[in-house]
Design a protein around this ligand. Structure first.
Ligand SMILES: Cc1ncc(COP(=O)(O)O)c(C=O)c1O
Length: 365
């Protein structure tokens, strides 16, 4: 049979795609290879709370037969109580990726701009392309082991500014006062602070969240995820916090049943088990310190880490190191892009897994 794209009928169907979709490369998620030790997508290392697993076991067939609550009301109420905001200031998403998609669809039309410091989470770019919008990248200002906000971030004529804080892939944190200044300076833009990893900064005693300042910055949107510190990446759950009128508008944009019934129940259970969550964060930070001690002894370096991963500077052999680790069953993240090609990102895993990475790197360096 001939190549499918040679078929004239198929060609004309592809011509019907929106040019923005036809021309974009698509987002490349981290590899999901079950048999390898996965230290490449920053999931929580220690698994969900026993309370979450008990809730999962108790899910009844009616929860599956019926549509879920379209507004995730119980979950939003639990989140509101836990984080000290009103339920009307919370929107639940199918992962924080869904919250990001909703924001892009709501705020960005073709040709409009979204700005972010770079390098950061690649999906911010993919979503801009999908809208036919433009992502303006402002390089982070690197000073020693810190990544500072670029001074020109507010001067890009962007409708929306996004900062991952702590940032992925650098694991660095911009202090709250700097982020608040950004919100004030960009008063006419929506400022989205993606706090996917903020619990690991809290665990280290750093008050890193913008959530307590939600009422003071009407242009502020804060995102949280259950994929990292709550170990629920497979369930897909994210939260968006903003002023009530913004949430009300975003509700119009989301899919009707964007968070399934099982995930809504698991989210409530996860929020209730605070002791388990705090313990997971503490154990992750202990393991991060262990990893840092061992990698430091090898003469390796990385920016000051606030999240559950390290962006380790390797040099020209970074791809080779990534491949060598993979051959040994250890999956870390490596990107071919000019700004990241000399580095590998290692997620903090379970103790035995971290020790395997340490032993493998000890042989290499
Ligand atoms: C900064 C950042 N935001 C959002 C996400 C996606 O989170 P979720 O699993 O909630 O969609 C990630 C995942 O790696 C991330 O690094």
């Amino acid at each position: 049979m001939s190549d499918k794209t040679d078929n004239p009928k198929r060609k004309s169907s592809l011509d019907l795609l929106r040019p923005a979709v036809r021309d974009m490369p698509g987002y490349t998620p981290g590899e999901q290879i079950a048999d390898l030790v996965k230290l490449n997508t920053n999931e929580g290392a220690f698994g969900p709370s026993p309370q979450v697993m008990a809730t999962l076991a108790a899910i009844g067939d009616e929860s599956l037969r019926l549509y879920p609550d379209p507004t995730s009301a119980k979950l939003r109420a639990a989140a509101a109580e836990r984080f000290g905001v009103a339920p009307e200031q919370v929107l639940a998403g199918n992962g924080s990726d869904d919250c990001l998609t909703i924001l892009y669809r709501a705020f960005l039309d073709k040709g409009q701009r979204v700005a972010c410091p770079w390098p950061t989470y690649g999906l911010y770019d993919t979503l801009a392309r999908l809208q036919g919008a433009e992502l303006v990248r402002s390089p982070f200002h690197q000073i020693g082991r810190r990544y500072e906000l670029p001074a020109d971030l507010t001067k890009k004529r962007a409708k929306m500014i996004i900062l991952a804080n702590p940032n992925n892939p650098s694991s660095t944190l911009v202090p709250v006062e700097e982020v608040r200044k950004l919100c004030d300076e960009a008063a006419r833009a929506i400022v989205v602070i993606d706090e996917a990893y903020v619990d690991f900064a809290f665990g280290a005693g750093i008050d890193a969240s913008l959530l307590p300042y939600l009422d003071q910055h009407p242009n502020l949107v804060v995102l949280r995820t259950f994929s990292k510190s709550y170990s629920l990446a497979g369930a897909r759950l994210g939260l968006l916090f903003a002023a009530a009128p913004i949430v009300e508008a975003l509700m119009k944009v989301k899919d009707s049943y964007n968070v399934n019934a099982i995930t809504q129940a698991l989210g409530v259970a996860a929020l209730e088990d605070r002791a388990y969550h705090e313990d997971c964060v503490r154990r992750t930070l202990d393991q991060r310190a262990h990893l840092e001690g061992a990698l430091g002894a090898l003469g390796l370096s990385w920016p000051e880490a606030a999240a559950n991963f390290l962006l380790v500077e390797i040099g020209e052999s970074a791809e080779e190191v990534y491949q060598t680790l993979k051959q040994q069953g250890l999956l870390v993240r490596w990107w071919r892009t000019p700004e990241l090609r000399t580095k590998i990102r290692i997620s903090v895993g379970k103790p035995g897994d971290n020790d395997r990475v340490i032993a493998a790197l000890q042989k290499l360096f």
